[in-house]
Design a protein around this ligand. Structure first.
Ligand code: GLN
Length: 305
């Protein structure tokens, strides 16, 4: 278990969560996916889980949340395990970006080269590599693989997908068009549809934790190196333009999503998953970041601690 997980008792966590939820009132809900815009800002869940299954949780553990960008590290991991390093990194870079996760400007400055897999341009490109002929086939294959690998129960949330489709994301469309021009993807429509579907894969907080644990401790020795690659990229790019700041302040692999999830890995020990919908300017959960900072400070378990 985490060396000091037992330092964090339920009472202490309760106090921090109250503080976090007060801060969350200053966050905003994303306006470009109607169902996320209508999410209850008071929805909340947090789970600390060690690799040997010691668990502390608080909040609504039954809630099912669309992964959105939390899928990105797992998309990268799946493709690395299937096709290997060389093939995948011919298609996407490993360079952090100082621009927002959905920046078209960054892609244009880079001449249509998607600079990392944790931002939209990179994940859209990687979506085009998923095996299958149609978007639904690709998304189903990937979902099936994740469920098998992680022994979890992810599913495509059709309501969220309908909501995403009801307000076509012109920014992502422009990113896909640019990626076609630069030759990184072939078919903008099927690729974007695949990307949207995998962002709508949903699950419980436990499912996210289970998948996170598999990055902390690979069950297959031959995939260990891929876990390391994914963790390094989560550390340098997982919180987009604020990654650098949190690498210094927290110092662990982190990934956030516009649905309000933050996944934090505890090196060699476990994971922390937090869900709270209100976001900061960069699209990271306000309460999630606050809690991760305070918990990691207490655990003293950063890569650089
Ligand atoms: N589907 C979302 C988008 O493309 C995912 C982004 C996110 O979670 N930050 O905007």
């Amino acid at each position: 278990m985490f060396k000091s997980l037992s330092n964090i008792n339920q009472e202490q966590l309760d106090i921090w969560v109250k503080q976090a939820l007060t801060k969350a009132k200053y966050g905003h809900l994303p306006n470009y996916i109607p169902l996320l815009a209508e999410a209850n800002p008071n929805n909340f869940a947090i789970l600390l889980q060690s690799t040997d299954n010691y668990i502390i949780s608080l909040g609504n553990m039954k809630i099912k949340v669309p992964f959105m960008s939390i899928i990105k590290p797992f998309l990268l991991f799946y493709l690395l395990s299937k096709f290997g390093n060389e093939f995948v990194f011919k298609k996407v870079g490993r360079k952090p970006s100082k621009k927002p996760f959905n920046s078209l400007e960054q892609l244009e400055v880079d001449g249509g080269w998607p600079r990392n897999p944790m931002i939209n341009s990179g994940a859209i490109t990687l979506s085009s590599l998923l095996p299958g002929n149609t978007a639904i086939e690709r998304s189903n294959n990937f979902c099936y693989w994740l469920n098998n690998y992680g022994n979890c129960q992810l599913f495509l949330d059709k309501n969220v997908l309908a909501s995403v489709r009801s307000l076509p994301n012109q920014n992502n469309q422009a990113i896909a068009k640019k990626l076609v021009e630069s030759g990184y993807i072939k078919d903008a429509e099927i690729t974007l549809d695949t990307y949207n579907q995998i962002c709508c894969l949903s699950g419980r907080i436990f499912d996210i934790a289970t998948l996170g644990i598999l990055l902390v401790q690979s069950p297959h020795p031959e995939w260990q190196k891929h876990c390391c690659t994914v963790k390094a990229l989560m550390t340098t790019c997982g919180l987009y333009e604020t990654s650098n700041r949190y690498t210094i302040d927290i110092g662990v692999p982190l990934k956030s999503s516009v649905s309000g999830i933050i996944l934090g890995l505890v090196p060699n020990k476990g994971v922390i998953v937090c869900y709270s919908p209100p976001l900061d300017q960069q699209g990271n959960s306000v309460a999630g970041l606050f809690l991760l900072e305070v918990i990691y400070r207490n655990l003293d378990q950063g890569v650089f601690s």
